[in-house]
Design a protein around this ligand. Structure first.
Ligand code: PEP
Ligand code: MG
Length: 479
């Protein structure tokens, strides 16, 4: 989002109008404000909803530019020093990202919607947020009770002890038979995960470093990001996934031809291995990070064959030798049904595997993950449950850890099934950590194992899900 705003500031039409305003003798801030207003008004007059919505981005980019020129500090949250509930007329993604997430107890704004950029960033950071609260700024008192799930806000001048439903800064993981980790795509999200008590990052999606820009990030830029994430989560593990581009995540600057069926085309490790401009800097940056950060681990996406992993492993090994350091733990994502069914064939080549149930589901059921389907073609399909259970068992046989980082790990029934299958870790969006921890806390592993077994034996998704949600008696399936 920030990259897109930065691109807007470089727009030629905007520059032309700014130059005209300056030539007409207007002072610089005034010339910028007028040019931005004119450009935003043009967008607002368009028919297309999407383009009309970009007017807000243009105005935000103009506001940041003016703030930078006049006050030197563009963030509305400058000066926020202690953990607080922030109440504002409006907030932009840049504001939320300008302070450490642990200072944001909750956010309340008068403008915005569920899908507004600030709301999306708040979700990614795991900060409870309620938007579109008319009159919030005028009503705000010394205390606020904010429920991001229900979308309610209560202000008061006295602390109302009955409203304190602690958002515990640390997850209570007592007795959980599994490591609870978070998925993240930025340093800010990783810090939010650490603040929320995640025991590591089970999937760091590096593609967010590459998207929405004109060229790939340099080795130095990448190394800085990876090191910051490892520092934030230390001593817990950080699984950085090598670039998973292609399919729905295209990088225009690569100049790769569009394929007729990109989801089945060159994506993930296939594209990455093909392009030295992609794997070269990333391998160097990851090995440089591993020199200083022993909690770094590397994960390869969309792996289909042993040969791919052998080539990738050789790249990392050669670079580790060049930098005179050790090789980080190397693992694969299991996103292809054929790999799930033959995970044991990777014996001796990988230290861990992580089930990417989002892609595994779409490839196993032939159901595009971007479309909405009946739940019967979803995660609890009997075939998918068997595939997952079988893969965990194959991993156990070859002595590797098998975790899960697809969306299934972040839903209570999914998490119960996966722990019952014996996975070693669950990695999910920061916002799901507390719910999943609560759904698992105090669970008896043997009980979950029986439930998973019974769910796998059900003939359809609805009944499997009911078993895991306590809707059916979790008696063992007939053998
Ligand atoms: C997955 O496929 O389950 C996964 C976690 O990867 P992504 O959602 O980034 O494709
Ligand atoms: Mg995937």
């Amino acid at each position: 989002m920030l990259e897109a705003q930065a691109l807007l500031v470089r727009d030629e039409a905007l520059h032309r109008s700014l130059a005209e305003n300056l030539a007409a003798g207007r002072p610089l801030p005034d010339a910028i404000a007028t040019a931005v207003d004119g450009y935003a008004a043009q967008l607002e007059a368009l028919e297309d909803d999407y383009l009309r919505a970009r007017a807000a981005d243009v105005r935000e980019a103009g506001r940041l530019l003016l703030a930078e020129l006049t006050s030197g500090g563009a963030s509305r949250l400058d000066g926020l020093e202690r953990p607080s509930v922030v109440v504002a007329e409006e907030l932009a993604p840049a504001d939320l990202l300008s302070v450490p997430p642990e200072l944001l107890l909750a956010v309340v704004t008068e403008t915005g919607g569920r899908q507004s950029h600030a709301a999306i960033v708040a979700r990614e950071l795991g900060v409870p947020a309620v938007v579109a609260v008319a009159g919030a700024v005028a009503a705000a008192g010394a205390f606020a009770a904010v429920d991001g799930g229900e979308g309610t806000v209560r202000f008061s001048d006295r602390l109302d002890a009955s409203a304190v439903r602690a958002r515990s800064p640390q997850l209570d993981l007592a007795g959980l038979p599994v490591r609870i980790m978070a998925n993240a795509g930025s340093v800010a999200a990783a810090r939010a995960a650490a603040a929320a008590g995640a025991r590591g990052i089970g999937l760091f999606r590096t593609e967010f470093l590459y998207l929405g820009r004109e060229q790939a990030p340099s080795e130095e830029e990448q190394a800085e990001v990876y090191a910051s994430v490892c520092t934030a989560l230390h001593p817990h593990p950080v699984l950085v996934r090598t670039l998973d581009a292609g399919s729905d995540k295209t990088l225009p600057y690569l100049g790769v031809a569009v394929e007729p069926n990109p989801a089945l085309g060159r994506r993930g490790i296939r594209l990455w291995l093909d392009q030295p401009q992609l794997h070269g800097p990333q391998v160097r940056a990851l090995i440089a990070t591993a020199r200083e950060h022993t909690n770094l681990q590397v994960m390869l996406p969309m792996v289909g064959s042993r040969a791919e992993v052998e080539v990738a492993r050789a790249l990392f090994t050669a670079e580790a030798e060049r930098q005179r350091t050790r090789l980080p733990r190397l693992g694969i994502m299991v996103e292809l049904p054929a790999v799930a069914a033959a995970l044991d064939s990777f014996a001796g080549l990988i230290e861990f595997a992580s089930l990417g149930t989002n892609d595994l589901g779409q490839y196993a059921l032939g159901a595009d993950r971007e479309l909405s389907w009946d739940a019967e073609l979803g995660e609890f399909h009997p075939g998918l449950l068997r595939l997952i259970r079988g893969a965990v068992e194959l991993g156990r046989r070859i002595g590797i850890e098998v975790g899960v980082c697809g969306e299934m790990a972040g839903a209570p029934a999914g998490a119960r099934f996966l722990v019952g299958c014996g996975v070693s870790s669950l990695s999910m969006a920061v916002g799901s950590l507390a719910t999943v921890a609560a759904a698992l806390r105090g669970s008896d592993r043997e009980d979950l194992r029986r439930q998973a077994e019974a769910a796998t034996a059900e003939p359809d998704a609805a009944r499997a899900r009911a078993r895991l949600s306590g809707g059916l008696d979790p008696r063992p399936a007939p053998s």
